[in-house]
Ligand binder design. Structure first.
Ligand SMILES: *[C@@H]1O[C@H](CO)[C@@H](O)[C@H](O)[C@H]1NC(C)=O
Ligand SMILES: *[C@@H]1O[C@H](CO)[C@@H](O)[C@H](O)[C@H]1NC(C)=O
Ligand SMILES: *[C@@H]1O[C@H](CO)[C@@H](O)[C@H](O)[C@H]1NC(C)=O
Ligand SMILES: *[C@@H]1O[C@H](CO)[C@@H](O)[C@H](O)[C@H]1NC(C)=O
Ligand SMILES: *[C@@H]1O[C@H](CO)[C@@H](O)[C@H](O)[C@H]1NC(C)=O
Length: 505
């Protein structure tokens, strides 16, 4: 994915430079989206687009970090480096358990990492391979690179291979073939390629916006594809899910992430008609470039997503680092009547580092009352379960002090969940940094609304209902803005359960 290079802002930092507590971010300098997410043994590997030499987009390498719990990350040396004038753009990793590539050592099948080679000298993008025979610790570039040259891409790309990137590679069991999906940027198109040896590739099909029935117009600049199968909870069936990050057309503007269901026969993806009410995985500004961890053991079985929280390029007011990984979240597909919902929740590992600060049970709140005003914290996991009268608006303010606050609001009249950043702190850094992001959220069959809010030094991630509505946004409040307040206006709310937990690593 390409973000504009923007000059480093003058150094005017808060003491801690807004460094998050429980969200991965680079030790120094720039990151954009995750790459090659894969679990090997008990280790979660995170690779990411990283400029190790400056706090701006450019000079891209695959940064690397590892974790045993998706919470505590250890920074590792660069995994795939920019070298000989070729940068290492986005891609994915997969376990070649049968050593089909032949790149394994005598006692170890290889892990394969496919990435886009980018030549800043002339803008060419080709596809490359690196492999690891030491369980992901170190990566060797394949001597036969590129595995797909710009010349081989040219007949399938309007720009002749200048805009062909972000390889998603996986082994498709039913056809016994390796599949690669490439994005074609401004052409609003993905191309599918296949291979029998994971090394030599042939084009097999295209998927364009024209092929997706019901896809609204204006969803353009497709990048960072991911594909996998998901069970449809409540049916006993599974379906293919294809995830794309477009550069324009998302609910909050800018980059966003949409998810299609459909079928895949080893050659082409047939998308189910789009239901626009379940198309977007997030309604905030700061969730894109999303990939899922591969090779998670069947006994775990989760499909876990992470993306980059930063759709403002070089603008966010952090000086020593830029770009934060969204908190890892599970993705499920639930069927209720004839409608399918994507359901997302923070990974449950979070509860192992959270301790209770406050709870409320079965209490009615009326206008003029303020609850939770004694709670303080800048890293919180807040869970609310409540019902409201149709004239009521329930507001949870976080990162609050004086007039500064970020407000999560549920409006019982229009049944809408919203994140309000109008008084959130520093919004000067970008024209899109303030405002309100909202999405419809209907109460459950018994009239209860659930909201879960993850708060960190510079972010809020809000999960509504079972997780069918998510709003993720960066915020830049003062360090001292650590208050919380729960209030209602217009009518009353019955608080079934409120739990505020402090996250401490
Ligand atoms: C993988 O294949 C290569 C090339 O045939 C061979 O040298 C290596 O021993 C194989 N490794 C495994 C684990 O099968
Ligand atoms: C782009 O530059 C590279 C490195 O100089 C060169 O190998 C390649 O042929 C160039 N591609 C085009 C399309 O000019
Ligand atoms: C709160 O009310 C619900 C519904 O009436 C009830 O099931 C639950 O036991 C109550 N909890 C407490 C702690 O009183
Ligand atoms: C519904 O309420 C939300 C939250 O209060 C607000 O942001 C949104 O603008 C409202 N929508 C309409 C259509 O009034
Ligand atoms: C709640 O929604 C109603 C109906 O759309 C709207 O008139 C009202 O302004 C909203 N309240 C807030 C606080 O946004």
């Amino acid at each position: 994915m390409i973000l504009p290079a923007v000059a480093l802002l003058a150094a005017t930092a808060l003491a801690e430079d807004y460094r998050p507590l429980f969200h991965f971010h680079p030790e120094q300098n720039w990151m954009n989206e995750p790459n090659g997410l894969i679990k090997i043994g008990s280790t979660w590997h995170l690779f990411y687009q990283h400029n190790p030499t400056a706090n701006v987009w450019g000079n891209l390498n695959w940064g690397h970090a590892t974790s045993s719990d998706l919470l505590h990350w250890t920074h590792q040396p660069l995994a795939i480096t920019a070298e000989n004038g070729i940068q290492a753009f986005t891609g994915t990793a997969y376990y070649d358990s049968e050593n089909i590539s032949g790149l394994g050592s005598p006692d170890s099948p290889p892990y394969l990492a496919y990435y886009t080679g980018y030549f800043p000298s002339n803008g060419t993008q080709d596809q490359r391979l690196a492999y690891s025979v030491d369980a992901g610790d170190t990566w060797t570039k394949f001597p036969g690179n590129p595995i797909i040259s710009a010349a081989q891409e040219a007949p399938h790309d309007e720009t002749g291979g200048l805009e062909t990137r972000d390889p998603k590679v996986f082994f498709h069991e039913p056809s016994g073939k390796w599949i690669m999906i490439l994005a074609h940027g401004g052409q609003d198109k993905l191309s599918f390629w296949s291979s029998t040896d994971a090394l030599k590739w042939a084009w097999v099909s295209d998927l364009t916006s024209e092929d997706v029935s019901g896809l609204p117009s204006g969803i353009t600049g497709w990048e960072v594809p991911d594909i996998f199968q998901l069970p449809i909870e409540g049916t006993g069936e599974t379906t293919w899910v294809l995830i794309v990050t477009p550069a324009q057309g998302s609910p909050a503007g800018g980059n966003g992430v949409f998810a299609l269901t459909g079928s895949f026969d080893g050659t082409s993806f047939q998308a189910d008609p789009v239901d626009t009410s379940t198309l977007w995985l997030d309604h905030g500004r700061d969730f894109d470039g999303v990939l899922s961890w591969e090779n998670v053991e069947a006994s775990d079985g989760r499909r876990i997503l992470a993306g980059i929280a930063n759709s403002y390029g070089g603008h966010p007011p952090t000086n020593t680092w830029k770009g934060m990984l969204t908190f890892p979240r599970t993705l499920e597909l639930h069927q209720i009547d004839s409608k399918r919902y994507f359901v997302q929740q923070p990974v449950t590992e979070l509860s192992t580092v959270s301790s209770s600060l406050a709870t409320i049970q079965n209490q009615t709140i009326t206008p003029g009352e303020t609850l939770l005003s004694s709670v303080r914290g800048t890293a919180l996991d807040i869970q609310l379960s409540f019902s409201v009268t149709t004239d009521a608006v329930l507001s949870l303010a976080v990162r609050k002090a004086g007039t500064q606050q970020t407000v999560i609001r549920y409006n019982g009249s229009n049944k809408t969940l919203a994140v309000d950043r109008t008084a959130t702190g520093n919004t000067e850094y970008d024209a899109a940094a303030g405002g309100v992001h909202s999405a419809p959220l209907v109460p459950d069959a018994s009239g209860v609304v659930q909201i879960r809010v993850l708060v960190d030094t510079c972010s809020v991630e809000v999960f509504g209902g079972k997780g069918e509505v998510v709003i993720s946004d960066l915020i830049f409040p003062d360090e001292a803005s650590d208050g919380v307040a729960l209030e209602v206006t217009g009518g009353s709310a019955m608080l079934r359960s409120v739990q505020v937990k402090e996250v401490s690593l």
